[in-house]
Design a protein around this ligand. Structure first.
Ligand code: SF4
Length: 193
């Protein structure tokens, strides 16, 4: 759906969308740099090489519509085709279907996946380098500014942009999930006090 719609947009409109997500992409670069510096070794050794990849077999992974749109905007045709191809495979339910031979197949993986660290990894790194815990909490705080709707956030704007074009998707959680709608409602009330 996202690919189909993006194909109908003018170059200028596509550029506008890219500039709308540019700050978010910088944030993702910062998270990526942090994880590469402090967690890459432990995750590669303990989980990836052993093919456990436990974080990619959890039940609680959700993907937001904004995740899909951001990824499609920055991916090339070959990458998108590869994602579409695995979607057609039967899912044995053991690992996420997007976990390929070289790791996650998304160029910009879903935010929930990116911000997940398992307890053993956290314990091992944060204990040795307490400063990393503080940095991680700061990144978690920044993450909220893109997807937690107690204020205007990018992921909400991206959903609304597609809704205004007549699209709807079960991944539009910021406009459908009762929990997140309640967050919006409470934020509105507290702003009016
Ligand atoms: S989308 Fe990528 S990072 Fe997230 S669970 Fe699937 S393979 Fe893992």
């Amino acid at each position: 759906m996202v690919c189909r719609h993006l194909k109908t947009l003018s170059v200028q409109e596509r550029q506008r969308l890219l500039s709308q997500i540019s700050d978010y992409l910088l944030f993702r670069d910062a998270v990526n740099a942090f994880l590469s510096e402090h967690f890459e070794n432990i995750c590669t050794q303990k989980c990836y090489q052993s093919k456990i990849s436990a974080c990619c077999s959890r039940d609680g992974i959700i993907t937001f519509f904004g995740d899909v749109l951001v990824n499609v905007l920055v991916s090339n045709g070959t990458e998108i085709k590869a994602l579409a191809r695995v979607l057609k495979n039967p899912n044995d339910g053991f690992k996420c279907i997007y976990l390929g031979d070289h790791g996650c197949m998304w160029r910009i993986k879903p935010i929930i996946c990116e911000m997940f660290l398992c307890d053993p990894a956290e314990e091992s790194v944060f204990k040795k380098k307490p400063m990393t815990n503080k940095l991680w909490l700061e990144l978690k705080q920044r993450e909220k500014h893109y997807r937690w709707p107690d204020r205007p956030v990018l992921f909400d704007d991206l959903e609304k942009y597609f809704m205004a074009e007549g699209y709807s998707s079960p991944l539009m959680y910021l406009n459908n999930s009762p929990g997140l709608l309640r967050v919006k409602e409470l934020a509105k009330k507290s702003n009016h006090k």
